[in-house]
Design a protein around this ligand. Structure first.
Ligand code: UFG
Length: 345
């Protein structure tokens, strides 16, 4: 099965490409290297011994996307990762986010319709839940108004997909579309080989990239944002999921879509996390312990827009996708550090 992977050289996309190949699928990558590097392609080859077809294009470029569908002919599924993801930048430059994240999805959906590609897996985020009243969050937990244009784009994209699936159900339309929206919790880690991992360009916004760069001496110290939250140790709680587990969830999602072919035009949502919450301080201490080092860190002010705590109910993913996280927090933090060390060699 040929699967178009947009953003396939990015952090999650590149790991998903590995999982797809291991599952016997045929990924085709499109990426514009906006937030990734061409060397990822070589590194993917080192892991998989496969040269993955690659097109350097922007997913907002409809003609270019059309050409990929025409050249590859029988693309059966799309995993749409390509998107901007820096929350802070989205506040400063919202139009960039609305244009890119929503525009590219619309192009992808139009081309899927034109070329009769029936299966879509979309990268959504737990950000759609904001600060939930009840934990763990289920897929039925309320969606709250987004805190940032980035979060808003995820909510809007979910709606765009739902409406497109609905429209495909009408009799006038012979387009068959099945979609799965995966709401990711916080991805960490790297491929065990250390060939691929998270490659933030510039100063990292996210916790684990900042930690590994601090441990590597690239950053002077980590600031833990807030020590006065209503949590066991006063720091925020998140659900940290190993990126390879997350990658595997995409394979399961595609398999579910393909197997459900007879019941067309469905849109399902799944939380993809571990089901366990860990505080920022716990994560830092675990990082020190598994990697046997001391991290330079201090406590600072809260970061505006952070939710206090969130972690997933993964019952639906367990039952319907047949998926659950296999790797521990320790493995994620070990693999992330291994990746950073390899980068420095
Ligand atoms: N944190 C620190 N210091 C840092 C960076 C982060 O203490 O230098 C804390 C944050 O305050 C937060 C936790 O670490 O409590 C996790 O922060 P991240 O920035 O790693 O991730 P978020 O939970 O903020 O999630 C955000 C978006 C998600 C998106 C995710 C990955 O809200 O939608 O980043 O890009 F998916």
């Amino acid at each position: 099965m040929k699967v178009l992977v947009t953003g396939g050289t990015g952090f999650i996309g590149s790991h998903a490409v590995v999982s797809l190949i291991e599952a016997g699928m045929k990924p085709i990558i499109v990426d514009n290297f906006d937030n990734s590097l061409p060397s990822v392609l070589e590194n993917l080859k080192a892991i998989t011994q496969t040269t993955v077809p690659f097109y350097k294009i922007d997913c907002n470029d409809q003609e270019a996307v059309n050409e990929v569908f025409e050249t590859e002919k029988d693309i059966e599924g799309v995993i749409h990762f390509a998107a901007h993801k820096a929350v802070g930048e989205s506040v400063i430059n919202p139009l960039k986010y609305y244009q890119n994240n929503i525009g590219s999805l619309i192009v992808i959906l139009k081309m899927m319709k034109k070329h009769q590609t029936p299966h879509l897996v979309f990268s959504s985020s737990c950000t759609v839940y904001g600060q939930p009243d009840q934990l763990p969050v289920t897929e039925h937990s309320p969606i709250i108004p987004a805190q940032s244009p980035y979060g808003n784009t995820k909510q809007i994209c979910e709606e765009v997909i739902r409406d497109t699936v609905k429209s495909a159900q009408t009799e006038q339309d012979d387009f068959q579309l099945n979609a799965i929206l995966l709401r990711y919790f916080n991805p960490i880690g790297a491929h065990l080989s250390g060939h691929i991992g998270e490659l933030p360009l510039g100063v990292p916004n996210n916790l684990v990239p900042y930690i590994i760069q601090t441990a590597a001496g690239i950053r002077e110290k980590l600031t833990i944002f807030g020590k006065d939250y209503n949590t066991p140790d006063g720091t925020c709680v998140r659900d940290y999921i190993h990126v390879m587990d997350l990658a595997d969830a995409h394979v399961k999602a595609l398999q579910l879509l393909v197997n459900k072919k007879q019941t067309n035009n469905t849109c399902e949502v799944f939380n993809i996390g571990t089901g366990k919450g860990n505080s920022v301080q716990e994560l830092v201490q675990t990082f020190e312990k598994v990697n046997n080092l001391k991290l330079n860190y201090e406590f600072g002010n809260r970061r505006p827009g952070d939710v206090e705590q969130i972690y997933a109910s993964v019952a639906k993913a367990n039952q319907e996708l047949g998926w659950q996280a296999q790797r521990s927090l320790e493995e994620g933090l070990r693999d992330a550090w291994n990746w950073q060390q390899k980068l420095m060699k």
